[in-house]
Design a protein around this ligand. Structure first.
Ligand code: GLY
Length: 384
């Protein structure tokens, strides 16, 4: 759309979630503007890109499981469509499956419980002995005591995905403003646009707030409309597997080591991502010696041979956590303001379904059933 024209939709935040909403909304014929100082940045640049609705399942999060499964089922077609829409940009989507393994008897008991939970929910999850796990992944430590094979938990490359979404947005006519939204504009109790850091204002019929862990900090946002979205820091490492050592791992590998979740995501191009710490200490994204040490120590217990590999990158990002760790999807209590935030550990996984659900709402004004449990108004305080 042309610069200066009034938009149907202004998206605040050009990370994966903001971009996918913009792209899908533009495909529905809406005129869309996205405001972000660095489109395609944010948590996706750090994330490992594990698509793990089953192996990351937490007790009591069945509605989130349904949303995650719905997104996972869409991923192959979504990645193929996005590659085409971006002019051939590969997203690194890989159907590789995941093994979750146990290193001691406590971990094994925990995994057994998770397996029983999977079975109660009818999920595809197969129990493995230690020997069977090592047959699948020969680089696993000899001490592995057993595990789970989940054939439908896959991976995608968050950086490639974000780059493809930027291209697809541009090709779909989305206007990408390289500027921060400095204030939400509200008139007569309705969101009507935003002022940008450049001084410009963008008027829009609907404003989508997709600014991750900074969503609730937007100046001008009336009190009580959005809960605080807490930043949960994740430090992550990238190693490179030389061609002569490949395949080093053939699928995602995860474990709980001393109570800490660790995962290894092997990409087809030889990159091996090791994640992630989980730290609640505000907006700090410093990579620390302690964080790197713990990740390497735990990963080494799982796959001893990885200490030979070059360490090519360390990084830290912020997961946007809502009060109940589930996303906020759809209209808020402020007319004209729609939320797409709070995706916490699942932003990459939930990208396709978020795009579809939000575009449906923006185009029709009707909240899709799948989005109902994630209404942002579940946190809105009702006056006594
Ligand atoms: N979903 C992986 C993480 O948040 O670390």
């Amino acid at each position: 759309m042309a610069k200066g024209a009034r938009a149907d939709v202004l998206v605040i935040g050009g990370g994966l979630i903001g971009l996918v909403v913009a792209w899908r909304a533009a495909q529905r014929g809406l005129r869309v503007v996205v405001a972000d100082p660095a489109h395609g940045g944010g948590a996706a640049r750090v994330a490992a890109g594990m698509l793990a609705p089953v192996t990351e399942l937490q007790y009591g999060e069945e509605p989130l499981l349904r949303l995650g499964m719905a997104s996972n089922e869409r991923y192959a077609a979504f990645a193929a469509e996005l590659t085409e829409a971006s002019g051939g940009h590969d997203t690194g989507y890989r159907q590789c499956g995941t093994v979750a393994v146990a290193l001691d008897s406590d971990d094994r008991a925990e995994l057994r419980e998770l397996h029983a939970f999977h079975q109660r929910l009818g999920l595809d999850s197969q129990w493995l002995t230690g020997r069977e796990a090592r047959r699948l992944e020969p680089m696993l430590a000899p001490g592995v005591r057993g595990g789970l094979h989940v054939t439908d938990d896959h991976q995608v490359d968050g950086r490639r995905l974000a780059a493809a979404l930027v291209l697809a947005c541009e090709r779909a006519g989305v206007l990408l403003h390289r500027a921060e939204a400095s204030a939400l504009l509200v008139e007569h109790d309705r969101a009507v646009g935003a002022r940008l850091s450049t001084g410009e204002t963008v008027g829009a019929d609907q404003v989508v707030l997709a600014a991750g862990s900074r969503s609730h900090l937007l100046p001008g946002l009336p009190a009580g409309v959005l809960p605080a979205i807490r930043p949960v820091k994740g430090q992550i490492l990238r190693l490179t597997v030389p061609a002569a050592y490949r395949p080093f791992l053939s699928r995602n590998v995860r474990a709980v080591v001393r109570g800490q979740h660790i995962y290894l995501v092997p990409r087809e191009n030889g990159e091996l991502v090791i994640g992630a710490t989980s730290e609640e200490q505000g907006y700090d994204t410093t990579v620390t010696a302690g964080g790197v040490y713990e990740l390497l120590r735990d990963a080494h217990e799982l796959v001893p041979g990885l200490t030979e590999l070059p360490l090519t990158e360390t990084a830290a990002g912020l997961r946007p956590g809502s009060p109940d760790n589930a996303p906020l999807l759809g209209p808020t209590a402020l007319p004209g303001l729609v939320a797409a935030t709070g995706h916490y550990r699942n932003g990459v996984l939930l990208t396709p379904v978020t795009g579809d659900l939000l575009a449906d709402y923006l185009a029709t004004g009707v909240t899709p059933d799948l989005a109902e449990p994630f209404s942002p108004t579940r946190f809105t305080k009702v006056p006594a």
